[in-house]
Design a protein around this ligand. Structure first.
Ligand code: ARG
Length: 580
């Protein structure tokens, strides 16, 4: 079942009218009006068509208007300004859509048809296991998780891949250090603080020549599959992964052990990749290394980027880039992906441009497979530089989560002095973590942002707590209402009822916008606007004290509002509470 959203329906109607006026295949460009006097929706695609064809824009708009099939979707349409088409959505359509959404677990979102279902691999979080997860992993983890949830909701098959860094020279050093410390302590105790462990190993490596020698020997043995070294490495890897899983659990991120396929998984493929690319005439020797030269189109023209993709160093070692070729090949061949999304920070964008180009030339990725680098900016501190601890270290995610919860606790405690301690703690966790996630997801992902506790924990503005509060407040009304006739007619007689209804039926459009450009901020903006219209509705339209008919109609609006806020936040990986 797939009924069009309001936007899709209006767009089709205007496009049909354009075609009937002699302009087939033209995009209608319908968008929501920013001013009520411009109707609910406005088409501004007509202007460009008129200009291109040398006819007065208003004349074209009039012609389109005459041929516009209003159906039961549009109650009024008119030409406005220099040649816009303004449209008002009919109350019948709003009510019908509200009913449909209430009956549907997908809230009337038109999911993809069976023949359009994609197999999407999303590479996200992907921390380096040598160290503890820090703020540098925050954005990939939460943006990737939101995209996973949203693409699944829309109907695609999503395969999450946590491409953890679990291979390379660092792991030789760590295993060597671990093997000597083993005698004294159990490995889980030893690795309770990965940062300290890493620092100690590194310090030893830098100052103790004999240890450095043995670390290098460990790297070779690890690569050759020496069972003793492998088993130490495995233990390290497992403990480090369990730290990550703890973070995922606390953040409410859906990644599991099954989604982990780290760099080490591709180790055996690396020589094959190089020889395959040599056979294909792509890999050539350059200064003793094996590289693929990027041809003119692929190489970025400016700057002093190297224009070769390095596969194997002169000493025989392989690189991050080699592993990524093996991974992309696996994703297309074995996982049968139609689309691969990499949620990785913007600093790696040239790596991905090159990777995609080489992978396509090598035939690992055919033209029907879409590759996307979903990039994002840096989390900054108040000083405008990448967020660090006071002494310049990386901010660990575990510390960030504790601080979020602690700060949210203070906010919750001041709002609810009488609340029981365990309830406060529970709510603080939901608000604190929701605030951090929402603050990030609400921003345009491509820009950097300043991490600001005060704004993110505020109950005012486009924040997690604001949307969570709008949900709780609505739930509380529904709770107090007890049973009511939820089949009673919905009436939209007040302006604020109608505004709320218009926002409610936009849910599908907002979710589809995120799926279209992998930008969760569209959904945040939507939820913020929905919450805003809901709060204004609560101020102006009494529910429980109204006559039964009005009351039941308003309770129905409350119910769908609560469900939509809950579902919307859930798609962002954010929880709600019945009470705040
Ligand atoms: N481990 C890498 C890092 O921390 C990110 C990996 C992203 N995924 C990939 N397939 N390269 O920078």
């Amino acid at each position: 079942m797939s009924t069009k959203t309001v936007l899709q329906s209006l767009e089709t109607r205007v496009e049909n009218a354009l075609a009937a006026s002699g302009y087939p295949g033209v995009r209608a460009n319908v968008h929501r009006s920013s001013h009520p006097e411009h109707g609910d929706y406005q088409a501004d695609g007509l202007m460009a068509v008129a200009k291109a064809n040398g006819i007065p824009p208003r004349q074209l708009a009039e012609a389109v208007l005459r041929r516009l099939d209003l159906g039961d979707e549009i109650s009024h349409a008119e030409v406005a300004g220099p040649g816009f088409l303004n449209m008002i959505v009919s109350p019948d359509s709003l009510v019908r859509r509200i009913r449909a959404a209430l009956r549907d677990p997908y809230l009337a979102l038109p999911r993809v048809n069976d023949d359009a279902v994609e197999r999407v691999v999303i590479d996200y979080s992907s921390p380096n296991l040598a160290k503890e997860m820090h703020v540098g992993h925050l954005r990939s983890t939460i943006i990737g998780d939101a995209l996973t949830r949203i693409l699944r909701f829309v109907g695609h098959t999503v395969i999450a891949q946590n491409h953890v860094g679990d291979w390379g020279t660092q792991f030789g050093m760590l295993s060597a250090h671990m093997s000597t410390c083993f005698r004294d302590e159990r490995s889980d105790v030893l690795l309770r603080d990965l940062e300290v462990f890493y620092r100690n190993a590194k310090a030893r490596f830098d100052t103790d020549a004999r240890f450095a020698e043995s670390a290098r020997d460990y790297v070779v043995r690890l690569q050759q599959g020496d069972p003793v070294v492998r088993s130490i490495w495995k233990q390290f890897r497992e403990i480090s992964l369990s730290h990550c899983e703890e973070i995922y659990r606390e953040l409410g991120v859906a990644l599991t052990t099954e989604d982990v396929r780290g760099e080490s998984a591709y180790n055996d493929d690396l020589p094959l990749i190089v020889s395959d690319l040599q056979k294909k005439g792509l890999a050539v020797a350059s200064d003793g290394a094996q590289v693929v030269f990027l041809d003119g189109d692929d190489a970025r023209k400016t700057g002093n980027h190297c224009t070769a993709y390095i596969l194997q160093k002169r000493d025989g070692g392989y690189l991050y880039s080699t592993t990524d070729l093996a991974a992309i090949r696996y994703r297309v061949r074995e996982l049968e992906a139609n689309r691969v999304i990499y949620v990785v920070d913007a600093r790696q964008s040239s790596h991905f441009t090159d990777l995609f180009s080489v992978a396509r030339r090598a035939g690992y990725v055919t033209s029907d497979v879409q590759l996307d680098h979903v990039s994002f900016g840096v989390v900054l501190g108040e000083n405008g530089r990448p967020l660090k601890t006071r002494n310049g270290g990386n901010v660990k995610l575990s510390d960030l989560i504790s601080e979020a919860t602690r700060r949210a606790y203070d906010v919750v405690a001041s709002k609810n002095p009488g609340m029981k301690e365990h309830e406060r703690n529970d709510i603080a966790r939901t608000i604190g973590i929701g605030a951090v996630k929402y603050f990030d997801l609400a921003r345009n992902r491509s820009t950097d942002y300043v991490f600001d506790w005060e704004s993110m924990l505020s109950f005012d503005g486009n924040t997690g707590p604001y949307v969570q509060y709008a949900y709780s407040r609505t739930r509380s009304i529904l709770r107090r209402a007890g049973a009511w006739d939820d089949t009673a007619p919905v009436r939209l007689s007040q302006r604020l009822e109608r505004r709320l209804a218009l926002n409610l039926v936009r849910f599908g459009d907002a979710v589809l916008a995120v799926a279209r450009d992998s930008s969760p901020n569209h959904l945040c903006t939507y939820l913020y606007e929905l919450a805003g219209s809901l709060m204004r509705f609560h101020e102006a339209c009494p529910v429980l004290t109204s006559d039964e008919e009005v009351r039941d109609s308003r309770l129905t609006l409350c119910l769908l509002s609560a469900q939509t806020l809950q579902q919307g936040l859930n798609l962002l990986g954010i929880d709600v509470r019945e009470r705040i």
